[in-house]
Write a protein of this length. Structure first.
Lengths: 117, 511
């Protein structure tokens, strides 16, 4: 299981970084999403990998349990990254619709060009 | 428990939704509520600073969950100083945005402004590393909205860059926090400090990875070279009052470095010793030079201010990167100064841009040229560190604190040469903008009111009030430099005695 999780995090991160370096809004946004998936899986692994155990301590008998805190952290991270992805999609759409261009690098601007931002 | 401590977060968090949901369609009402909230925020911040001034560390446990299990807010001298600075900076900028009409050029300016303040206040107050991440996201998501306020092609494109760069930074932040949690099993800063200090030296590889990733995240926020690339186009293309508020955002990064690398990964912690010193100082020196050269090379007035902000971050990070108590005291004084000076320069840049556009080219003299050029002169003197304003004192303190450092020759050379280059750049921008125009042949005045004449006909008072308010802050910092440096020294002393902080958060038995 360790190998599976580690390689999933690694491949997601690599793919995400590759896509972000594509410098077009759509691949960049996909890359950011992949990176956030990678970090979510990674956060799960920080509480040690346990399968099939409840995130609850039992004071009456010794039972296996899993660390609940990373699950709370992942939940927060998912909510935040979901909101952030929505924001970046809207901003990228705005940039595309106003400048008819989906590149993420700024075009050169001739000196003295109009002030209409 | 002192409930005043959570007010800087709660107050904007309540006012912002109220503005969106109830008074959204009444511009005057949104202005009234926004200004009232900011004034109240300043009063709360000052009251808290008065309580923290005697060196007590106040702790607020959210939901009364004891640390390290619940989230805590912690108020010490450094936090108090930062929240006072934020609230006193926010008020003139808000008045400027109202006076210049920027807040009416797009939707929801005031609500976003309040959310931005909530995020900044929370980041300064929190005592929990994951909570710091959450407040970073709150202030970032509000800043995305403010940055693209009133829209436009280039502003949106710069906005995409800004959002993408900061989302990458946030992802790295999560990776760093995950690594730290997997090693220490806690994210409470005080508890982290205890656990990191107890860690056996041969078992700290992952801890060092986490510490360096965390430093990289804060370096992105603090615009440290080579992670500064988001800043120039974002600040140049943002509305200038927003860029002025963003002057405190780079300081959030500097504050986080100062907090984490004195409390958790302090100089005496063996596991992480020598990790940051090796490259933080050279990078800070490069930041200062890049900022200075950028000021000279800028063709737009907003870019001059943006690179001026980068240069001042370079000076600040030089002082921080030494990690000594005297250097930290100098850094804190310079931090307050450079925030006010950079904000003033952005506001003056907006006054210029309203009248003759972005480009630094000779044009016919603009309306109110005398007043604006005087303000530009004052802002340039402050930011470059010329006497008589506080920038000179701040740089003098930094130079004095770095005298015994290993690279003292390099530090002195870079700060002095960097200041000279910045002065040249500011002088070039100022003379092109304000003097060259008098030599131009006057064209025949066209009939009807042009944009410039419309501004001349009804010059708004409030923007100038706001600018002079910031300038008064700089003058005050110069006149009361004695008490201010005294406070900075006490703050630095508290930073380098983290036992008090840890004891306040965790109780005595943790020691």
């Amino acid at each position: 299981m360790e190998l599976l999780v580690a390689s999933a995090v690694g491949i997601l991160t690599a793919a995400g970084i590759y896509l972000i370096l594509r410098r077009r809004s759509f691949p960049v946004i996909l890359g950011l999403s992949l990176l956030t998936y990678a970090v979510n899986v990674f956060l799960f692994a920080t509480g040690r990998l346990v399968s099939g155990a409840p995130p609850i301590l039992n004071k009456y008998e010794e039972v296996a349990y899993t660390d609940p805190l990373p699950q709370a952290l992942v939940l927060t991270a998912i909510v935040i990254s979901f909101g952030m992805t929505a924001v970046v999609v809207m901003v990228a759409l705005g940039a595309y619709l106003t400048s008819k261009n989906d590149r993420t690098n700024m075009p050169a601007e001739p000196e003295g060009a109009g002030d209409d931002l | 428990m002192n409930h005043l401590l959570i007010m800087p977060v709660i107050l904007p968090a309540l006012v912002a939704p109220f503005i969106i949901m109830v008074v959204r369609h009444h511009l005057d009402l949104t202005r009234i509520f926004s200004v009232a909230s900011t004034v109240l925020l300043a009063a709360v911040a000052l009251a808290l600073a008065a309580q923290a001034a005697d060196g007590t560390v106040m702790v607020y446990e959210l939901g009364d969950w004891p640390a390290p299990f619940g989230i805590v807010l912690v108020l010490d001298r450094l936090s108090a100083m930062m929240i006072v600075l934020t609230s006193l900076l926010a008020l003139p900028i808000l008045l400027y945005a109202i006076g210049s009409g920027w807040d009416a050029r797009g939707a929801n300016f005031h609500a976003l402004y309040q959310f931005q303040l909530m995020g900044i206040m929370g980041a300064f107050l929190t005592g929990d590393a994951f909570n710091l991440f959450v407040f970073f996201e709150v202030l970032l998501i509000a800043s995305y909205g403010l940055m693209i306020h009133s829209g436009g092609g280039r502003r949106f494109q710069a906005g995409v860059q800004y959002v993408v760069y900061n989302l990458l930074g946030s992802t790295l932040f999560l990776f760093a926090l995950g690594t730290l949690y997997s090693v220490t099993g806690t994210l409470n800063m005080a508890d982290l400090a205890v656990k990191v200090a107890q860690m056996p030296a041969e078992d700290t590889a992952l801890l060092r990875v986490g510490a360096v990733m965390l430093l990289l995240v804060f370096a992105i926020k603090a615009a440290l070279l080579p992670l500064h690339f988001w800043l120039p186009s974002a600040y140049t293309n943002a509305p200038m009052p927003v860029a002025a508020l963003f002057a405190i955002m780079t300081k959030v990064g500097a504050y986080s470095i100062l907090r984490m690398y004195t409390l958790v990964f302090g100089p005496e912690v063996e596991a992480t010793a020598g990790l940051s010193e090796a490259w933080l100082l050279p990078a800070a020196l490069l930041t200062l030079m890049a900022g200075a050269v950028g000021v000279v090379g800028s063709k737009k007035i907003g870019r001059v201010a943006a690179f001026g902000a980068i240069a001042s971050m370079g000076t600040l990070l030089i002082a921080i990167s030494l990690f000594t108590q005297t250097a930290a005291a100098a850094a804190l004084y310079y931090l307050v100064h450079s925030t006010l000076a950079a904000a003033l320069l952005f506001l003056v840049a907006d006054l210029v841009m309203e009248r003759q556009g972005h480009w630094i080219t000779p044009q016919l003299p603009m309306p109110q040229i005398g007043l604006i050029s005087a303000l530009f002169f004052a802002a340039a003197i402050a930011l470059t560190g010329m006497p008589p304003l506080s920038g000179f004192l701040g740089k003098l303190l930094v130079l004095d604190a770095t005298r015994s450092a290993d690279l003292a020759t390099w530090i002195w050379a870079v700060i002095l040469i960097g200041s000279l280059i910045t002065i040249i750049g500011m002088a070039r921008a100022g003379s092109l903008l304000f003097w060259k125009g008098y030599g131009l042949p006057h064209e025949v005045e066209p009939e009807g009111e042009t944009g410039a004449e419309a501004v001349a006909a009804r010059p708004a008072q409030l923007p100038f009030v706001a600018c002079f308010g910031l300038l008064a802050g700089l003058v005050g910092l110069t006149v009361f430099a004695g008490p201010a440096t005294h406070y900075a020294e006490e703050t630095a002393a508290q930073l380098y005695a983290p036992a008090v902080y840890i004891e306040a958060v965790l109780g005595e038995e943790a020691q």
